[in-house]
Ligand binder design. Structure first.
Ligand code: PLP
Ligand code: COI
Length: 330
């Protein structure tokens, strides 16, 4: 279940930047998150919007680290391109993110593996445009919020596999755009009312393969192999990419990205959800129609090791050899 601690408090310095007549204007930091936009803005009617989700972590020595932020910058650009929105350079993205974190550093909790500062960069079409065309003006904003864990952590909860889709087979599933999420709100809400933590979507073309959760990718462990779906309708998770690297390099697992038939669920020893908000969360059971697949009552040994290593890198307890850790110098 979305933890109350996720997004419990919005802070006080917000990054505002407008794109007008083909040019980015100088950015401003304001103490208000309010923006003024046209009623006919494309983001409000046609969902012309993109966003990112990332976190800043407080190390034991008090310093602040980001985790692979250039991957978010790259994915943000890809989402912008798909939505016909102006692209943002790595420098512009990094400036916006690091400055917003610095100015809100006091809201970043002390070192605690359950807490971090969530960062939400986003862009919306704001110019008047009733026709189905790209907007003439855009807003790029960044805000942060101290958060706990999005899912319940190591308690290996119940998840529901649904026949509703979050994205179309050749649609925008690979991109981080609001349209993939709006339609999922009711599906998740209904599942939570039935006692499930979140929903798992199937591949939208055939409904026979595992796709992903509402806000996280899925992975499974069997026969010394880390397995994760190959699908054109899921978000390319930076956390999942990291786990694939660590599984192979550090734990010597084979890594497979492949279509995973729903019926293969019972062949896995461990199944987990992974993402920025979800971190690494073990899956206790998956229910599809009238069948429940029980996986584990607690976090499995490999999921546990992967999670610990990921957290140790994110919180700077160990130095990584990959350049994943990026300091924010105050
Ligand atoms: N899948 C979806 C639908 C998501 O919203 C997220 C969260 O960003 C993820 C997967 C995980 O991606 P990442 O690890 O890059 O945060
Ligand atoms: C993230 O992990 O950053 C997400 O965007 C998931 C969101 C549904 C909270």
């Amino acid at each position: 279940m979305a933890n109350d601690a996720f997004g419990f408090q919005i802070v006080d310095q917000y990054y505002h930047q407008y794109y007008i007549e083909g040019e980015w204007q100088s950015p401003e930091f304001k103490s208000s998150s309010k923006i003024n936009i046209a009623m006919s803005a494309t983001s409000l009617h046609y969902g012309q919007q993109v966003f990112e989700g990332m976190k800043a972590f407080r190390r034991k020595d008090g310093q602040i680290q980001l985790f692979r932020p250039l991957e978010n910058a790259k994915r943000f650009r890809m989402s912008c391109r798909r939505m016909m929105m102006p692209e943002i350079s790595d420098d512009q993205f990094m400036y916006a993110v690091t400055e917003t974190v610095k100015r809100n550093a006091k809201f970043l909790p002390e070192y605690d593996l359950l807490k971090s500062l969530y960062i939400r960069p986003f862009m919306i079409g704001i110019g008047h445009n009733l026709g189905l065309r790209p907007a003439p003006a855009y807003f790029f904003g960044v805000f942060v919020a101290p958060v706990g864990m999005y899912l319940k952590g190591d308690s290996a909860g119940k998840f529901l596999i649904v026949d509703d889709d979050r994205a179309a087979p050749n649609g925008t599933g690979q991109f981080k755009v609001g349209g993939n999420y709006g339609g999922a709100i009711k599906i998740q809400h209904d599942a939570r009312n039935l006692g499930f933590e979140d929903v798992l979507f199937l591949d939208p073309a055939t409904h026979t393969y595992l796709d992903e959760f509402g806000g996280a990718n899925i992975f499974g462990i069997k026969e010394n192999t880390y397995v994760t779906p190959f699908s054109s309708s899921i978000l390319k998770s930076i956390t999942n990419d990291t786990l694939k690297i660590l599984a192979k390099d550090v734990f010597g697992l084979d890594v497979m990205e492949t279509k995973i038939p729903l019926t293969d669920i019972e062949t896995f020893d461990e199944i987990g959800a992974c993402g920025t908000a979800a971190s690494v969360t073990p899956i206790g059971s998956l229910t599809y129609q009238d069948k429940t697949y029980h996986i584990s009552n607690e976090i499995g040994p490999i999921t546990k090791k992967l999670k610990q290593l990921l957290l140790d890198i994110q919180y700077g307890n160990i130095k990584d050899d990959y350049g994943f850790q990026v300091y924010v110098t105050l």
